[in-house]
Ligand binder design. Sequence first.
Ligand SMILES: [Fe+2]
Length: 432
Amino acid sequence: MTDYMPVGAGEGEYLSDTSHNKIKAALASLRGTVATKQQGLGAHVDEAIGCVQSELDLVLSEHAGMADDLLRAYEQLGIVFEVTSRLSSADDPEDVVRLFVESLSITYQDMELFSAESADNDALVWAPRLPEGAAHYAAIVHACVESRRAVVEKFETPTFGIAEIMAAPVFAGDEFVCAIVFANSGKARRFDASDMSLIDALVSVCGDLLRNYQLAASLRAFSMDTVKALVSAVDQKDQYTSGHSNRVGRYAKLLAAEIGMTGHRLQMLEWAALLHDVGKIGIRDDVLKKPGKLTDEEFEHIKEHPVRSYDVVKEIPQMSEALGGVRHHHEKYNGKGYPDGLAGEDIPLDARIILVADVFDALTTTRSYRKSFSFDKALAIIAEEAGTVGDPKLVPIFERVIRREVAARRIQISPWTGPNGSSPGDCEEAGS
Ligand SMILES: [Fe+2]
């Protein structure tokens, strides 16, 4: 741990200040002068000088201890700052652990550092490699996990060049994540109580951060499940569209990931795809479930649903980035869609992605007004309409990814023949 030492502040400089040396020299000179010129007073003055000398040594010694403590605290503060700064850039729990181990490795570069995770069979999985004398290391890992704090083991005779080992456990709540193990040769320094306190504080910060990720993930999953239940309820207004929104969410996410969308951006796209038809809750059942051709008035009514969906979603501030995908999922690439008649790349990317996914699901499922198309026929229709309905850049990518997922059996397209095996009429319009 050689970082964080103030420049020019080695131990020697704290112990022997120039002014103290001058005082010592002056006392020695005084003693010599008295001894030669004031023979009668010599013993008394000599005693007085001795007292001053002792006091001075005591003060110097106390100052030296304070300086060492101050230096150590300063160094530890630097370590805490360095490690926590690095952790703040983590994207996910795996990243937290990786950055934590990495930052400790940099900070404690005069030692060997290992991390140990528990495998399913309770064996320890070591990184970056299995330490020599792994049994010693395993024992100290188990001890630190048991006590939930840093533990140090010192060897009377260095083993494999190691004089002492310190291990500290990272817990996310009650869940053991990993142990951080420091192997110290003892050549540069030895562990003391302050090392244990520091590493206990650091693993605690790391564990709290991991726990926050777990809670956030749990909250996200809960929100997603709630929304899926909500859209499922909306889909069931019409038996023919049961499961539509969840499937569109899945297809849209696949396409978006294929073009490189990740993280929060991908999450917003998924929300938009799940909620794109939520406004159908305000569409009259007799229009939504009508088996035959819609009148102009009925079609105008059903065309209200993207804006109705938009009005629902805009009430949720956290979903503001999903609004474009929701509102514009029926905009055609040629500008003849609705509600705003946007064309080409003026249509938000999320909406163009959702449209392709939406049309594909509509074509591969039976609707009240027509039977489902086969998988290949549906893809052929989407390809024919590329540039008119769908984005011509996205359509071939969608075909590639959906064929790949079906071939790998990660997605199953099984056309549903409608409630009670009904046989609806011809196709009116793809998408929903
Ligand atoms: Fe729709």
